[in-house]
Design a binder for this molecule. Structure first.
Ligand code: 13P
Length: 340
């Protein structure tokens, strides 16, 4: 393992004022996104949609890295340039989702375990050859009556640690993503309690697995009320609780934390990140690794019509720019209504 090279890539992924585009929707997930705009999910439309994002003029100023799905890593621009090569030329680091999804955890109703460790070493070798310099693995923790269980948390933390060790062995920076879902009606306090327990278990297992912390990126949820909660916490409370939780659980050796958006609206996700970066210096860089919150407006502006390619690019570049400003601590809510 070349530690300094891992560190260099990890720092590049969380470079000041930039963040990560999560464009690694699996075939099933991208179909759901396309369904929402009544567009059929064909391979060519998926390619063309991703090309719209990757080639958006101006976006590279705010995007440090892109997470691909297996299919996308192998696709090309209409001019025949492989996507990873196209982005590398722009100074954007290509990465790959390597987990095989969250499956029901036996004997634990309502809980899941993320699969994909079998054959992972060989897949990482291939992905490195295709240009990927980092990877992503998402563990999913749901909050509900009696869940998560201790075992559900530990099993997912263990899988994350095994994945991360294999990545570093193969000279790939692991994004470690333990996502506590915001789907339920739970309070922000309950989210903080669970996120604390999850991060504690994750860093315990990462330590046991001998992970080089300087050569990884953490991708957590924010500490936030459940979507169906009747009394949702204000943005200032989200920023405060998230920072408190992270400062207690994430070693300062980790170079950066890149949040998932998890179902927050685009402006909510930007605002929360902006508030945290205004709260003063932290031990790690704090940025975004958003999927939905970065793509939602672009997806709608595009609507599957070639004529709207430019409009989709404009919407994406603007959202990326606002998030870049939030990552640099320069975002203000009034910017939402201003033109670029
Ligand atoms: P969202 O920002 O849409 O939650 O997606 C980020 C991601 O990569 C989830 O694994």
């Amino acid at each position: 393992m070349n530690r300094s090279e891992l560190e260099r890539v990890a720092r590049g992924m969380v470079a000041k004022g930039k963040g990560i585009l999560a464009a690694d929707e699996s075939s099933g997930t991208i179909r759901k996104r396309f369904d929402s705009i009544r567009v059929e999910s064909t391979e060519e439309l998926r390619r063309s949609y991703r090309e719209m994002l990757f080639t958006a003029p101006g976006a590279a100023g705010s995007i440090s890295a892109v997470i691909f799905y297996d299919e996308t890593l192998r696709q090309k621009t209409k001019d025949g340039v492989p996507f990873p090569e196209y982005l590398t030329r722009l100074g954007i680091i290509p990465g790959i989702k390597v987990d095989a999804g969250a499956k029901p955890l036996a004997a634990h109703p309502g809980e899941t375990i993320t699969e994909g460790l079998d054959g992972l070493r060989e897949r990482l070798v291939e992905y490195h050859g295709l240009g990927a310099r980092f990877a992503k693995w998402r563990a999913v923790i749901d909050i509900g009556d009696g869940i998560p269980s201790r075992y559900g948390i530990e099993a997912n933390a263990e899988a994350l640690a095994r994945y991360a060790a294999l990545c570093q062995e193969q000279q790939i920076v692991p994004i470690v993503e333990p996502e506590v879902l915001m789907d339920g009606g739970h309070s922000i306090e309950r989210c903080e309690e669970v996120t604390n327990a999850v991060l504690e278990a994750v860093f315990d297992r990462l330590y046991m697995a001998r992970i080089h912390l300087e050569g990884m990126v953490l991708k957590p949820n924010m500490v936030i009320s459940g979507k169906k909660a009747t009394n949702r916490a204000a943005p200032e409370q989200v920023a405060e609780a998230t920072l408190r939780c992270l400062r207690r659980r994430v070693p300062a050796a980790v170079p950066g934390i890149a949040f998932l958006s998890g179902g927050q609206s685009p402006s909510e996700a930007t605002q929360h990140l902006g508030l945290m970066n205004r709260a003063g210096p932290q031990p790690w860089a704090l940025t975004f690794s958003y999927g939905r919150a970065l793509q939602e407006t672009a997806l709608k502006a595009w609507g599957g019509a070639p004529a709207n390619f430019g409009a989709g690019q404009k919407a994406f570049a603007r959202r990326a720019q606002l998030n870049g400003l939030a990552a640099a601590g320069l975002y203000e809510a009034s910017m939402e209504s201003q033109a670029a």
